[in-house]
Each structure stands twice: as C-alpha cells, then as structure tokens.
Design a protein around this ligand. Structure first.
Ligand code: S3P
Length: 174
C-alpha cells in the first residue's frame, strides 16, 4: 500500500491542526482533522459530545472515523491527543503513512490549553492534572512515532518545513 500520508500525533495544544494545515499547503496535499470529522458526522462539537455521551463514546467515534481516513492518500492528518490510547488506531494510521509526534514541555502545553473550553479533558484543570494525563501518554507518542519534533519556540512554518524535509528524505514523497 502507498504510504503517502503524514499523520500528526501529540498532546493537546501542541499545534497539530495549524502545523498540519501549513504542511499540507506547502506540499499541496489534502488536510483532515479527526476531531473535525467527528464533529461534522455528529453535528455537535467535542465538548457537547463529551458532556452528552461521555469520553467512551467519543473514543468509539474516533476509531470509527479512522476507517475512512485509512482510504485517504496524499493527506496530512491531524489527530486528537488521545488517538494513541487505542493501539488499533495506530495500526490503521501507520499503514497509511509516516507518524510525526509534535512534542512540547508540559508547562507550555498547560499555558495554552487550561482555559480552552473546547477541550473538555483539560478545561480548568490544574497543572498536576495535566501532568498526570501527559505522563500516561508520553511513552505512547514516543513508541508510535517515526519522527519527533520539539515545537517549543518554533513558528508553525518552521515546524511544517521540518516535517516536509523529513517526508522528502523518508522516500515516501510521491
Ligand atoms: C483529546 C484531545 C482533543 C480532542 C478531545 C480529546 C485528548 O484534541 O480529541 O478533546 O484526549 O487529548 P486536540 O489534541 O486537538 O486538542
């Protein structure tokens, strides 16, 4: 199978969506965001899905949507921060392209996300709460990525160009 996609993983607030859009623009590829796909398919936003149906339901939808994503080619895919919690998700995604982990220190992440009402898992939480979620995810991001970029102090364009560079060198550039 042609592995022409670029899949962005990483914790909430690291910039997967903005970097993904920029990367797609540079490479003239399509862009999709799994959270947006879920929102569109259900006609409600992520906080609403969490409050009405719970996290378990959201995770089911997240996995279901990936079967559609798996058919895409030449596409940059921004994923939700919890995509790594289900190894089946990673199996599906890694079959379609290279996985890039956008990494940032938890303190920076906390600053960016704690007052964001669109993120039910982190909204109004303490830094200890965020650290606790982060520590459960860190090793999964590390294990599943083909390539990692520390995003701290870098512009969206710089990060996108690093991804482009790696993508071209990886031999998956068609
Ligand atoms: C989640 C991250 C969110 C979204 C949902 C759950 C998580 O996406 O999927 O709120 O578990 O980390 P972002 O990583 O784009 O914020």
């Amino acid at each position: 199978m042609e592995k022409s996609n670029i899949i962005l993983i990483g914790f909430m607030g690291v910039g997967k969506t903005s970097v993904g859009k920029k990367t797609a623009q540079i490479l003239n590829m399509d862009f999709i965001d799994t959270d947006l796909l879920i929102e569109k398919s259900l006609g409600m936003n992520v906080p609403e899905i969490f409050s009405r149906f719970g996290e378990g339901f959201f995770r089911e939808k997240e996995s279901q949507i990936l079967s559609w994503v798996a058919n895409k080619r030449n596409t940059v895919v921004a994923t939700g921060g919890g995509i790594v919690l289900n190894p089946v998700n990673i199996n599906v995604l890694s079959g379609t392209g290279m996985i890039v982990w956008l990494k940032a220190p938890v303190e920076l992440i906390y600053e960016r996300i704690q007052s964001d009402g669109n993120r039910p898992l982190s909204y109004n939480k303490s830094i200890e709460d965020i650290k606790s979620i982060y520590s459960k995810r860190h090793d999964l991001y590390k294990k599943y990525c083909d390539f990692c970029i520390d995003v701290s102090g870098k512009s969206i364009e710089t990060i996108a160009l690093q991804i482009v560079d790696y993508y071209k060198k990886s031999g998956r550039f068609f």
